[in-house]
Design a protein around this ligand. Structure first.
Ligand SMILES: NC(=O)c1ccc[n+]([C@@H]2O[C@H](COP(=O)([O-])OP(=O)(O)OC[C@H]3O[C@@H](n4cnc5c(N)ncnc54)[C@H](O)[C@@H]3O)[C@@H](O)[C@H]2O)c1
Length: 249
C-alpha cells in the first residue's frame, strides 16, 4: 500500500476529480477527510470509502472560508492524529467572455480557486512544517495558459501555479513537497455542464486538439495525485505536471 496510514484532506471531493482521488487514496491505505459544500455528495463518498473497508470523515464547508479549511485540519488531527497530505482540488467556473464578466463572477472564482488554495496550503502547511513532513498537491488547469471565456478561471489557475512554486521554495527545507497538476479535458460534471453545442464542437475537435484522442477521467488525475502524494516523488517539488493527453505539448 502506497499511502498506508497517511492522513489526507481532499477539498471538493463530493464528486468528480476529488471523489476519484479520495477513492484511489483509500485503496492505498490513506485515511481521508472528504470536504465539499454539498453535504449529501460528501457523505455518499464517505460511505463508499467505509463500504470498502477504509476510513473517512466528511467536513462540510466552503474552501473560501478560512474557518472551514481550518476545521478540515482540526478534524483530521482529532480523528486521525495528523495531516500528511492535502489536495487543494475544489474549483468552480463562471465562464463569460471578458468584456461581459461581472465583478461577482470574477470574485466568486477567485475566492474559491485562488484564496481557497491559499487557505489549504497555509492551514495544512503549518502542521506539515512543524512535523517536517507533508505533501501538498494543488489542482491547476491547462486554462492557466489562457482560454477564451475564462479570464477569471485562468487567472486563478495561473495563480495556483505561482503559489505552488513559492510554497515549494519556502517549505522544501521543512520536508514538504508542493506540486501542481494541470488537468486538460476531464469528463466530470464540470465539463458536462457546458452547453451541449460546445461539447459537440469539442468532441469534433478532439482528434486535432488532444494527441491521445480522448477526454480524461478522474482516475487519470487520481493516479498522478497518488504518485505526488507518495514517497515515490520525494525529490520532486515546485512542478506543474500537465495531465491532458498531450493537449498542451
Ligand atoms: N473537469 C475538467 O475538465 C477540469 C480541467 C482542469 C481543471 N479542473 C479542476 O479540477 C478540480 C475538480 O474539478 P471537477 O471537474 O471534478 O469539478 P466538479 O464540478 O465535477 O466537482 C467539484 C466539486 O467541488 C465542490 N465545490 C465547489 N465549490 C466548493 C467550495 N467552495 N468548497 C468546497 N467544495 C466546493 C463541488 O460541490 C463539487 O463536488 C477543479 O479545481 C477544476 O477547476 C477540472
Amino acid at each position: 500500500m502506497r499511502l498506508k496510514d497517511k492522513v489526507a484532506i481532499v477539498t471538493g471531493s463530493g464528486r468528480g476529480i476529488g471523489e476519484g482521488i479520495v477513492l484511489r487514496f483509500a485503496e492505498e491505505g490513506a485515511k481521508l477527510i472528504v470536504n465539499d459544500v454539498n453535504e449529501a455528495d460528501a457523505k455518499s463518498v464517505v460511505e463508499k470509502v467505509k463500504a470498502s473497508g477504509g476510513k473517512a470523515v466528511a467536513v462540510i464547508g466552503s474552501v473560501a472560508s478560512r474557518e472551514a479549511v481550518q476545521k478540515m485540519v482540526d478534524t483530521a488531527i482529532k480523528e486521525f492524529g495528523t495531516v500528511d497530505i492535502i489536495v487543494n482540488n475544489a474549483g468552480i467556473t463562471r465562464d463569460v467572455i471578458l468584456h461581459k464578466m461581472t465583478d461577482e463572477q470574477w470574485d466568486q472564482v477567485i475566492a474559491v480557486n485562488l484564496t481557497g488554495v491559499f487557505y489549504g496550503i497555509q492551514c495544512a502547511g503549518r502542521v506539515m512544517r512543524e512535523k517536517g513532513y507533508g505533501k501538498i498537491i494543488n489542482i491547476s488547469s491547462t486554462s492557466a495558459l489562457g482560454n477564451v471565456g475564462q479570464i477569471n478561471y485562468s487567472a486563478s489557475k495561473a495563480g495556483v501555479i505561482g503559489m505552488t512554486k513559492t510554497a515549494a521554495k519556502e517549505m522544501g527545507s521543512k520536508g514538504v513537497n508542493v506540486n501542481a497538476i494541470a488537468p486538460g479535458m476531464i469528463w466530470t460534471d464540470m465539463m458536462k455542464s457546458m452547453p451541449p453545442e460546445t461539447i459537440k464542437q469539442m468532441d469534433a475537435m478532439l482528434p486535432y486538439m488532444v494527441p491521445m484522442n480522448r477526454k480524461g477521467s478522474p482516475l487519470d488525475i487520481a493516479n498522478l495525485a497518488l504518485f505526488l502524494a507518495s514517497d515515490e516523488s520525494s525529490f520532486i517539488t515546485g512542478q506543474v505536471i500537465f495531465c491532458d493527453g498531450g493537449m498542451k505539448i
